[in-house]
Ligand binder design. Structure first.
Ligand SMILES: Nc1nc2c(ncn2[C@@H]2O[C@H](COP(=O)(O)OP(=O)(O)OP(=O)(O)O)[C@@H](O)[C@H]2O)c(=O)[nH]1
Length: 467
């Protein structure tokens, strides 16, 4: 076997054939009761009966309990998702249970008034088929608001409607037309027709999420059970088979409800490929934005860790890293670079005269002025207090002096806009060193620049010293 063949890379023909096969399987499964119906129709004597009241009562009691349980689980799903389809499913189960229970309850009345016993069956299936069709028509409609979901009024109106149906069926059972075959056939045929419409609409609408497929198969079974009820007669085998087919559909649909309950609580959306792809895409977008956010935070942290918070200049540690890198580069490419050590003159007196706040603003203004005076690839760092350093890559001493001079005169002539105090005299003393000329280690070039800075101070400040 070729292990390199990946999923999704199957030949088109196989893909198509297997898809068609899957569709046929679903259709075959949904329609399989036809075989049983046909078997009884052609090979069984319709006069054969199994009239067992107790068995019927017990079966319908079990069906009623099942109906109550499925109604409850659907209702819980609806409360959670607000999906209109689930509201209608809940009502369909509730209506069916409320009406069908009487079919069981009146089993004993079968000999007294057969219609009182019989008509509740088709009535319950008709009500359920109508509600299930309305449910399908609400497929993918917007979810009900939490307020709408909880409102008891709606539910009470529906319960009243189902009780009214029960009363109407009783009235019908005692009316002269009760025995007219049209009555039962209209109800049972109606249930069959609504189920057929339901499945047809699903096929036309190409609604085929896995749970909706369960829905479609169940509705097909409900339709077929109505067909069997039409063909059957009370207590004969076709009639019992009809019960069994209906129960099969009911159980299968309840399986779908339970799946919804354990996953999204939304019948239409659970397991839908579209939904899963959407969720995956949403998760990916979230992950991506989280990663971007993380990267931004990391950059921010790196920036904070490497800059002086007051002036925005690099801090001492970061500057040392840069100089180290520059030393490595200079050694490798045999290129010069220079350093300026700067110290603001008589800065203490600025603080003393104008206050610390103004002193801070002067420091910030000085960094901005210096950035304007140096080249884009030069960098300035605050080494502490009012001491700064400038790294001048690929720069010899004479160029460094020119740049230092530019910084010095810019400082001397600066009018710090943020400062409202006129005639604030600010000057800077600068010592220059050059890698190679003054040594090849960070210590020696730092020391050389510092020594020249002190000499500049000694020589009366506001000057650039190189030796
Ligand atoms: N406003 C402000 N002042 C600072 C800051 N860091 C250090 N200083 C002040 O900078 C002054 C440095 O004074 P000194 O070291 O005596 O030097 P100077 O007054 O600049 O005199 P010379 O360097 O000899 O020209 C001190 O008054 C410090 O308080 C700061 O972040 N903000």
């Amino acid at each position: 076997m070729d292990m390199s063949t990946k999923i999704g890379e199957q030949p088109e023909a196989i893909r198509r054939v297997t898809k068609l096969y899957a569709k046929l399987l679903i259709a075959g499964f949904a329609l399989s009761p036809i075989v049983l119906i046909a078997y009884l129709y052609f090979f069984q004597d319709p006069a054969l009966k199994f009239e067992n009241h107790l068995f019927h009562e017990m079966a319908i009691a079990a069906a009623t309990l099942e109906g109550v349980f499925v109604t409850y689980v659907s209702w819980r799903c609806y409360q959670s998702s607000g999906e209109p389809l689930l509201r209608w499913l809940t009502l369909a189960f509730l209506g069916f249970t409320a009406i069908y229970a009487l079919h069981g309850a009146f089993t004993g009345m079968a000999h007294h008034n057969i219609w009182l016993f019989l008509l509740y069956g088709p009535a319950s299936r008709l009500a359920m088929a109508i509600l299930l069709l309305i449910g399908l028509l609400s497929f993918n409609q917007e979810a009900d608001s939490p307020g709408q979901r909880a409102a008891p009024r709606r539910w009470l109106i529906w319960i009243a409607a189902f009780l009214l149906v029960n009363i109407l069926v009783a009235i019908l059972a005692y009316s002269p037309i009760a025995g007219n075959p049209v009555v039962r056939l209209t109800m049972e045929g109606g249930a069959l027709a609504f189920s057929a419409i339901n499945v047809t609409l699903m096929l036309i609408g190409r609604i085929r999420s896995p749970l909706m497929t369960v829905f479609g198969i169940s509705i097909t079974m409900f339709g077929l059970s109505s067909l069997a009820f039409i063909l059957g007669r009370p207590w004969n085998h076709m009639w019992w088979l009809a019960h069994a087919i209906f129960a099969g559909g009911f159980f299968f649909l309840s399986y779908g409800i339970i799946q919804a309950f354990h996953t999204t609580r939304s019948f239409a959306k659970v397991y839908s490929q579209e939904e899963m792809v959407n969720r995956l895409a949403m998760a990916m977008v979230k992950t991506e934005s989280a990663i971007q956010e993380l990267q931004r935070s990391n950059q921010m942290l790196a920036h904070l860790a490497s800059t002086d918070p007051l002036t925005g200049a690099a801090n001492r540690r970061h500057f040392i890293d840069r100089v180290d890198a520059e030393i490595a580069r200079a050694k490798r490419d045999n290129l010069p670079f220079s350093l300026l050590a700067l110290d603001l003159d008589n800065f203490k007196s600025i603080n003393d005269h104008y206050g610390h706040q103004i002193g801070d603003e002067v420091l910030q203004g000085f960094v901005q002025q210096s950035l304007d005076a140096i080249r884009p690839y030069d960098s300035i760092a605050r080494m502490g207090g009012e001491e700064f350093m400038i790294l001048l890559p690929q720069t010899t001493m004479d160029v460094a002096v020119t740049i230092g001079e530019r910084v010095r005169s810019a400082t001397e002539n600066a009018v710090f806009e943020s400062i409202l105090i006129p005639k604030l005299a600010l000057t800077v003393s600068i010592g220059v060193s050059q890698f190679g000329h003054d040594g090849t280690s960070i210590d020696t070039i730092f020391r050389a620049a510092d020594e020249r800075l002190y000499r500049a101070k000694d020589m009366g400040r506001n000057c650039v010293i190189t030796a």
